[in-house]
Write a protein that binds this ligand. Structure first.
Ligand code: NDP
Ligand code: 2IT
Length: 460
């Protein structure tokens, strides 16, 4: 559906040619970076309607510029493990686009991290951040460091070494990292401590996702998961579908998943399954979130151990099978490309009504097409999971003003932001002739803000 949009007129044919040319250049210039290619392909194709209507973007070579990061930093991260052996990892920061504000985006620590993963995440972040309505540009970073099985001291030594290089590239008005996979409150604490030590001053706004005791924002921990569910509420409300009483499957059991589950349960729906990278649990009585939080947030254990506390639940090895569980709402909250075409078809066959992406790019392009062409309500990542970075921007605002807002204040602002992102996406989709297609709507709405800012700032 996205890739096979009809060329209705001359302007659309030209726009298609333009995006095809740009895509080919991206593939040629960034060989072997399949995740980055995928993210670019999705955006470019959904921009065809706005490019066709507004030749100004082509005139200013916006696509040529927007697909090229302003800067990519790649660096060595040496550290000493508990056995006294020197280990070397690779660190990255991509500063993709600063047209509307300082670069902003998380850090991911996972063995799969490479330039392609960081570039796809940074590219998506540009449009997501624009959708939040906050003044933040797009960036992302991380390392191929694997936090699994590492001691607390190893995590600290690695993280300090990572910051010893990163510090020279970031700052409250330059680039503001936060968490992502493998980077949570503990890692942000160590990163902040090392930055402060090197800089010799307390620049609270240099990182977000900080602890509440040293400049963090209430509700940042919950923001991505809660925000995704607020987005689902908007999608359902528009179609007169009740969230209360519905059955929900949430993949993953990390930060985004846990708080998506919490909000779903608060709103009276039942989450029957969640997962980690080894397998998934199915609990027909509804997941006991206290057990998941204990296992994952406190003890650092595998999700498999859930069945020890709840013997009636089932554990299944392997994570993709989770999408074969019948549900009304599916929330992929683990990682990229976790729903492929086959999984999407299975969800549709089982009657799924809505899918919202808590993770970044969890659905393949083919899976997205399956959802769109079967009238499943589909909330794309850039819109549905923008609540996390939105509250990060609110954390920056609190740091700048040296004021801390209450949980309720931040949560209310988050809720408004999610409603607003939904409305912007709906309106852009309608305006450009693709009513109901939130992929096209979100991409166009985010792109327009960034592209317009780039035009008025000249060729930079
Ligand atoms: P966490 O590290 O807290 O949790 C990640 C979860 O996903 C874990 O349950 C993990 O299992 C699972 N997972 C990770 N990699 C894989 C994999 N390759 N295959 C299967 N499962 C996997 O990360 P977050 O919850 O912060 O992030 C989850 C997703 O949400 C990511 O796509 C991230 O980019 C996105 N996101 C995060 C935001 C945030 O504020 N944190 C904001 C917006 C999006 P295991 O423990 O076994 O590794
Ligand atoms: O993907 C994301 O939006 C995040 N990991 C959160 C980024 C942030 O700066 O809060």
């Amino acid at each position: 559906m996205l890739l096979t949009m009809e060329a209705k007129d001359e302007a659309t044919r030209n726009a298609k040619e333009y995006v095809n040319e740009i895509y080919e250049t991206v593939v040629k210039r960034n060989p072997h970076e399949s995740e980055f290619h995928q993210a670019v392909l999705e955006i470019l194709h959904s921009l065809v309607p706005i490019l066709a209507k507004n030749p100004i973007y082509q005139k200013h070579s916006i696509l040529e510029r927007i697909v090229e990061p302003e800067r990519i930093i790649s660096f060595r991260v040496p550290w000493v493990d508990d056995q006294g052996k020197v280990q070397v990892n690779r660190g990255f920061r991509v500063q993709f686009n600063s047209a509307i504000g300082p670069y902003k985006g998380g850090l991911r620590f996972h063995p799969s991290v490479n330039a392609s993963i960081i570039k796809f995440l940074g590219f998506e972040q540009i449009y997501k951040n624009a959708l939040t309505g906050q003044p933040i540009g797009g960036g992302k970073g991380g390392s191929d460091f694997d936090p699994k099985g590492k001691s607390d001291m190893e995590i600290m030594r690695f993280t300090q070494s990572f910051m010893t290089e990163l510090y020279r590239h970031i700052g409250p008005d330059i680039d503001v990292p936060a968490g992502d996979i493998g980077v949570g409150g503990r890692e942000i604490g160590y990163l902040f401590g090392q930055y402060k030590r090197i800089r010799g001053g307390n620049e609270a706004g240099v990182l977000t996702g900080k602890g509440i005791g040293y400049g963090g924002s209430l509700a940042r921990t919950e923001a991505t998961g809660y925000g995704t569910v607020y987005f689902v509420q908007e999608m359902l409300q528009d179609k007169g579908i009740e969230l209360e009483g519905s059955t929900v499957v949430v993949s993953g059991s990390g930060n985004v998943s846990i708080y998506a589950i919490e909000k779903v349960q608060q709103l009276g729906a039942q989450v029957v399954a969640c997962s980690d990278s080894n397998g998934y649990i199915y609990d027909k009585n509804g997941i006991n979130l206290d057990t998941v939080k204990r296992l994952k947030e406190v003890e650092g254990k595998r999700i498999k151990e859930y069945v020890e506390a709840h013997p009636h639940a089932e554990y299944v090895e392997g994570c993709t099978g989770i999408w074969s569980i019948p549900c009304d709402i599916a929330l992929p909250c683990a990682t990229q490309n976790e729903i492929d075409e086959e999984a999407a078809k299975q969800l549709v066959a089982n009657g799924v009504k809505a899918v919202a992406e808590g993770a970044n790019m969890p659905s393949t392009l083919e899976a997205v097409d399956v959802f769109l062409s079967n009238d499943v309500l589909f909330g794309p990542a850039k819109a549905a999971n923008a609540g996390g970075v939105a509250v990060s921007a609110l954390e920056m605002a609190q740091n700048s003003s040296r004021i801390a807002w209450s949980f309720e204040e931040v949560d209310a602002k988050l809720h408004d932001i999610m409603k607003n992102i939904y409305q912007q996406s709906v309106q852009a989709a309608e305006e450009y002739g693709y009513a109901g297609n939130l992929v096209i709507g979100a991409n166009i709405a985010g792109f327009k803000k960034v592209a317009d800012a780039m035009i008025v700032q000249g060729v930079i």
